[in-house]
Write a protein that binds this ligand. Structure first.
Ligand code: GLC
Length: 443
């Protein structure tokens, strides 16, 4: 299909400007009306290509919500009033917590730490810009403090693989990866704080998580709140305790970026190097699943790998974690899906051969552009250039055909019949990734 690149680029920029709210960007106006953590990283990556001031401001706004212990929350509620969104600031109750800033109000959990590699991209592309130089000096220590949070508060085994205790921290909220753990949580509905969700009134409820899952999300939120969203008690008590493959991949990549920036700026990065060596070693020892030929997340509570195939299992290519042999095995997952009877465009969020695969449902099968951007960069790292190019052109084709949606059906034949993607529309990170791919640069 012939893609009109200029139009696509212009539409993408217009969407970022549309979603820009005086200092930060919302992921999608109706569905996600505040600032989201890792979305902002991608947004900044998009702005790097055409508005460097906004690229910096986006991250600055995000880090205005950083907690005293270094955590960067997954949502920053600039403005602060409770709106129709759920869970709202009062429900999180973070204004009563010592560690939290106020203002802005924030959630109490975190998301993948993409900021290190975004900062490096910003610097690499705008080295001559004095403002960018100063900004790196401003943000570098804040990102180090975020990584310190992960290694100090989320690393109980001291093996360098940090844990999450809520599916929302993984960025892949409703993945089947979490099903078994969530099923083990028994809830006394009478004791659960009453709540009223709104996500299923804003988007097609058949694409959203079930009530069963949502009750457990609230249960885990409450568990965090009880312990002021920090401290060893969470690791002791939480039934959901996972060394997530994506969080750790992104952390390793961002560590690497901090080390690179540290060299340029003359900062001491010994501690970051030590963390990173340990994390990478443990990652390869503990998260690789030989039978499946992929990396997996690790369920610390039940002491076993979550042995399922999913898109984040390939993400370690992005951080140069696998050796060549493992990289080839990961590549074979991508090549195999194109030879299936139903041809797949891009890499779906979940294993297409698994009975739980659902091509329409949130994180249970559809394609996410930003995940495939990570894969694209990872394929480039290993010299799989043809495959990288294919992923790139498939992302562009998909968005050109169906619009800047949150996620998409992965089946090529179905896509040809559809007129739009799924989930939120005018979606910021979809636009940002498109801008990045369309812009000519090599880093
Ligand atoms: C959903 C996604 C999460 C993202 C958020 C805003 O919750 O699962 O990864 O950050 O939407 O786009």
């Amino acid at each position: 299909m012939k893609i009109h690149r200029e139009k696509l680029l212009q539409d993408a920029k217009d969407i970022l400007y549309f979603n820009w709210k005086d200092g930060f960007t919302v992921p999608s106006e109706r569905l996600y009306p505040f600032q989201w953590n890792w979305d902002s990283g991608f947004v900044s990556l998009g702005f790097i290509n055409f508005n460097v001031d906004y690229a910096m401001q986006e991250l600055r706004s995000l880090f205005s919500g950083q907690w005293k212990n270094g955590m960067v929350p997954h949502i920053i509620f600039h403005g602060g009033q409770d709106t129709g969104y759920f869970p709202n600031p009062s429900f999180w109750g973070t204004d009563k917590i010592e560690n939290a800033p106020n203002p802005p109000k924030t959630s109490g959990i975190t998301q993948p730490p993409v900021h290190g590699f975004v900062l490096e991209a910003l610097y690499t592309r705008h080295q001559e810009n004095k403002k960018v130089h100063d900004f790196v000096e401003e943000l570098f220590p804040k990102i180090v403090s975020l990584h310190t949070f992960f290694y100090e508060h989320r690393n109980p085994l001291k093996d360098g693989l940090v844990y999450i205790y809520h599916p929302w921290e993984s960025g892949r909220d409703n993945s089947p990866l979490w099903d078994d753990i969530l099923k083990q949580i028994h809830i006394d509905k009478d004791k659960l704080r009453p709540y009223k969700r709104v996500d299923n009134t804003l988007a097609d409820p058949s694409e959203r998580p079930t009530t069963f899952d949502y009750d457990r999300y609230i249960y885990l939120l409450e568990l965090g709140r009880k312990h002021e969203y920090a401290g060893p008690k969470i690791a002791e008590e939480s039934p959901f305790l996972v060394q997530d493959v994506l969080i750790n991949t992104v952390l390793i990549k961002s560590n690497e970026s901090l080390i690179n920036l540290g060299k340029e700026f003359g900062y001491d990065t010994h501690e970051i190097k030590d963390w990173n060596d340990l994390s990478t070693q443990s990652f390869n020892d503990k998260l690789w699943n030989e039978a499946l030929g992929t990396y997996t997340s690790y369920d610390l509570r039940n002491d076993k790998q979550i042995a399922l195939k999913e898109v984040a299992g390939l993400a370690p290519l992005f951080a140069n974690i696998p050796d060549k042999k493992r990289a080839n095995i990961l590549l074979s997952h991508l090549t195999s899906i194109t030879s299936k009877k139903e041809d797949y465009l891009l890499y779906p969020s979940f294993d297409i051969d698994h009975e739980l695969f659902d091509p329409k449902k949130y994180w249970r099968g559809p394609v996410w552009p930003q995940m495939n951007w990570l894969l694209y960069k990872g394929l480039q790292n290993y010299g799989f250039s043809n495959w990288a190019e294919r992923v790139k052109s498939d992302i562009l084709e998909l968005v050109f055909r169906l619009g800047f949606y949150e996620y998409f059906d992965p089946r090529r034949k179905v896509i040809e019949q559809l007129e739009r993607g799924y989930g939120g529309s005018k979606f910021s990170w979809t636009a940002a990734v498109v801008i990045d791919l369309l812009s000519e640069h090599k880093t």
